[in-house]
Design a protein around this ligand. Structure first.
Ligand code: GLY
Length: 362
């Protein structure tokens, strides 16, 4: 991390080209410098809630580029093939060239969609991600995973396509409802449990300060989380090994999102998934009671859920068995050997999984 005044830059290495994540306030003026000299057209993909900001961004870029806007549905409703086709139509009608660029301007679902459109248009155009949610900043926009959902599951169609730059402008979080900030914290808590325990200490010492976008504590947990993601994806872009640790809490979390027809926020499902993964780690003999209690306490302090109905187990198990992360038909879970020490649990007995699930059953 390098810090210059109020701007922090975190470099990310990628086989498709290295890029920077810039963190600060009022930083979108740096976008033209991140675009290649031959870019003529820019498509900004944004949800309705970002309409006014997207129009202002268009205005600020209009003297140098022909700027198009694609307003797409909010949240997971954006991650549908029909929505990607709507964006492809705009690109086709505008004669969008391979040298042009797409900007993803929204939360994690929007940056996933914009990345997918950028990866697939003319076999790949450049992409700048402007995440506007906590989750988008610390997870979705960094690392080049792009994708859409199908009826069978989440992110089943996708491409690795690294951005050329990411700008995490903390100012856009100032007006977000508090529960939006808190659900994004699930990914920050994950970064604390798998990599940077300092994050957990900051949340525990003052949860109000840690979750207020205007404080140094908030900025620190965002920077640490992005730094963790940058280091992990820098080492393992295509998830051949280390990157799998980022799935902590996600195997059950994705199954819950699917069971809830994507009406639950991703962070809420991941929170339950992390509670499950902590209990599974404990029952597998790897993690102590203290770390499991700490997981519950921290998630409770953030008003994140830690329970799910016991009766839903069979449905969740069936979805997890279909999850793309199963290898050779075997379920794999990221568990903790200790805080900051994730590892893989392969093909656990169904009885062990159910026992862990009963610990979080309501
Ligand atoms: N969101 C998990 C990853 O980027 O690998």
């Amino acid at each position: 991390m390098t810090e210059k005044r109020t701007v922090t830059t975190i470099p990310v290495t990628s086989p498709q080209g290295d890029y920077d994540v810039t963190i600060g306030r009022d930083i979108y003026s740096g976008i033209p410098d991140a675009l290649a000299d031959d870019v003529q057209k820019v498509l900004i993909v944004h949800p309705p809630a970002m309409g006014a900001r997207a129009a202002a961004l268009r205005e600020s870029l209009a003297d140098r580029y022909q700027v198009l806007l694609a307003e797409v549905p909010d949240a997971e409703n954006a991650k549908r093939v029909e929505v990607a086709a709507f964006c492809w139509q705009i690109l086709g009608q505008a004669d969008f060239a391979r040298s042009d660029a797409i900007i993803g301007f929204g939360g994690g679902a929007i940056t996933d969609l914009a990345g997918f459109v950028a990866a697939t248009w003319l076999r790949g155009v450049s992409l700048i991600q402007l995440p506007t949610s906590v989750l988008g900043m610390v997870d979705a926009s960094v690392g080049g995973k792009t994708g859409i959902n199908t009826n069978e599951g989440k992110n089943l169609v996708g491409v690795f396509h690294a951005p050329t730059a990411v700008f995490a402008d903390l100012e856009v979080l100032d007006t977000l409802p508090r529960n939006e900030i808190l659900t994004g914290f699930a990914e920050i808590v994950k970064a604390g449990f798998i990599y940077y325990p300092e994050i957990l200490d900051i949340i525990e010492s003052d949860v109000a300060a840690a979750t207020d976008p205007t404080t140094p504590e908030f900025r620190r947990v965002i920077e640490l989380s992005i730094d963790m993601k940058a280091r992990v994806v820098g080492e393992d872009f295509r998830e051949a090994g280390l990157r799998e640790i980022l799935n902590y809490g996600h195997t059950l979390g994705h199954a819950i999102e699917h069971a809830e027809r994507y009406q639950w926020r991703h962070g809420a499902a991941v929170a339950v998934g992390m509670m499950f993964a902590a209990e599974l780690s404990r029952l597998a003999g790897r993690l102590g009671d203290d770390a499991v209690d700490r997981t519950r306490r921290i998630l409770d302090s953030l008003d994140l859920p830690t329970e799910y109905p016991v009766g839903r187990w069979n449905t969740l198990l069936a979805t997890m068995q279909r999850d793309k992360k199963t290898r050779s038909g075997m379920l794999r879970f990221i568990v903790l050997d200790d805080i900051g020490k994730p590892s893989v649990l392969t093909a656990p007995e169904t009885a062990l999984l159910f026992a862990a699930y009963q610990e979080i059953g309501s």
